[in-house]
Design a binder for this molecule. Structure first.
Ligand code: ACO
Length: 437
């Protein structure tokens, strides 16, 4: 096996080199501190492999994404979301019989406990649905404790997949003040979600095949993305042996941020702002380039993709097709395309390898489907569930799993004697500001 050499304070150390299936190379630093006394410093973990994983492969330079070896383009075109859940969680494409059994289970567990349903009443009407989803998923552990035994874990995985869609739809109904619509066992995962979101007791609701296909595509494209911020959070929490529901709830919270899954909501807010400002997208490109302006082009840039995000390529085409099928003319799609065009030709974006990411076009499709802006990140979370679950499962089944516990380089004060309060002097320093109401 190849090794890597490190010269530190005149001493030479050797470390094993690990090579993945796709020839990606890593220096195994597990023994770095033990042998050298030093640690690696990598804020934001841009160079750190936190695990070895068999689930998802990304080559950011070439714009490649594969689930369990299958290219995203093929999966997106041919697979149902349930199939992708099965593939990611259990490691292989299901046979028809396996898929039927899985579908039946995920369908039959979609009711939530009536006591849990009452939790919704406690949230204010304008509570963000991401907050509600995270709290509700954490609350599932109050109802389904289980043990770490395989059958309990498998059942909790099914419960989580099944109930998350009900919780997501109910959080929307709560936000618009409409009566809750219960799940239906005769519908597929995506159909049932649309039904719980959009049906009202006063009239029949027909599920549009266009919406069904679009939703399936969106969920499939978001299903996993290896060690991103929310997935790493799920693994971090899971490494303390916290239960599945708690780990996923933490992942939902991590996803909410605008630099991660929350970007899909921010993209639409940005496009709305540009539209309201007369559609001058060039002005916003210039703002994004201005180092003194905190404005960023939302939906642009990615830590890993440095050429193109294959999910964005698929979604750009899908956005055109869905809007045409629905007969929707969305001026924001035009603004988005113009913005992309200008940015892709501008040296600032070219030099920094900034391209549209998955969130750039997803919001346009969600909007055309009638899904409100504050639900976009919830939709992302629903799609990402099988990824989080499969990563959590892989972690907890690893016999060498250790609790995640990074180190730090301490840059604070050296040891100093404690000063009793009566001896402390006023010093000129920045004080925290508190708003007084
Ligand atoms: N608009 C303008 N400039 C940008 C943008 C952007 N969207 N993204 C990065 N840059 C610039 C930075 O200012 C920096 O410039 P500098 O080198 O002159 O200082 C350079 O590009 C590198 O940016 P970093 O922030 O260091 O890149 P990082 O890999 O840490 O961040 C991130 C990636 C968070 C996605 C970033 O590109 C961003 O904030 N994008 C907008 C938010 C977004 O769309 N998030 C969704 C990501 S996809 C997902 O989570 C599903």
């Amino acid at each position: 096996m190849d090794t890597a050499k490190l010269l530190l304070n005149g001493e030479e150390y050797e470390f094993p080199v690990v090579v993945g299936t796709e020839d990606e190379v890593a220096v195994d630093c597990t023994k770095l501190r033990g042998t050298t006394g030093a640690i690696s410093l990598d804020p934001g973990y841009g160079n750190t492999g936190s695990c070895a994983s068999t689930i998802t492969f990304i080559d950011g330079e070439k714009g490649i994404l594969r689930y369990r070896g299958y290219p995203i383009e093929q999966v997106a075109e041919q697979a149902s979301f349930e199939e992708v859940c099965y593939l990611l969680i259990y490691g292989h494409l299901p046979t028809q019989a396996e898929l039927d059994e899985f579908r039946a289970l995920v369908t039959h567990h979609s009711l939530i406990h009536e006591s849990l349903r009452h939790f919704f009443e406690g949230f204010p009407p304008n509570a963000h649905p991401m907050m509600v989803l995270s709290a509700m998923v954490a609350s599932l552990s109050a109802f389904y404790t289980g043990t770490a035994e395989e059958e309990d874990v498998n059942l909790n995985i099914i419960r989580l997949l099944a109930k998350a869609k009900t919780i997501a739809a109910l959080s929307y109904k709560k936000s618009v003040g409409q009566p809750f619509i219960y799940p239906r066992n005769d519908l597929s995962y995506t159909q049932d979600f649309l039904h719980m979101m959009f049906a009202v007791p006063t009239e029949p609701y027909e599920i549009s095949p266009v919406l069904d296909r679009a939703l399936n595509l969106l969920l499939v494209l978001h299903a996993d993305h290896e060690q991103n911020c929310s997935t790493s959070t799920v693994r971090m929490v899971g490494s303390s042996q916290a239960n599945l529901f708690s780990a996923i709830s933490a992942g939902i919270s991590a996803l909410w941020g605008p630099l991660h899954g929350g970007a899909n909501q921010k993209v639409i807010e940005m496009l709305r702002m540009i539209q309201a400002d007369g559609g001058d997208f060039g002005k916003y490109v210039n703002m994004a380039k201005d180092k003194d302006d905190p404005f960023r082009l939302m939906g642009f840039g990615h830590r890993v993709y440095k050429n193109f995000d294959p999910r964005a390529t698929i979604l750009k085409e899908a956005a055109d097709a869905v809007l045409e099928e629905l007969g929707t003319d969305d001026p924001q799609l035009e603004i988005a395309k113009n913005l992309e065009q200008v940015a892709l030709e501008d040296p600032f974006f070219v030099d920094r390898k900034l391209y549209p990411n998955v969130d750039f076009y997803s919001g346009i499709i969600y909007r055309a489907m009638g899904i409100p802006t504050n639900m976009f990140t919830v939709m992302f979370a629903l799609g990402r569930l099988p990824g989080w679950i499969s990563q959590w499962k892989e972690l907890t089944e690893d016999p060498h799993m250790r609790i995640s516990r990074p180190r730090q380089v301490y840059t604070g004060a050296k040891e100093r004697p404690f000063v009793p309060i009566e001896q402390r002097k006023e010093e000129a320093r920045e004080k925290p500001e508190f708003v007084t109401v």
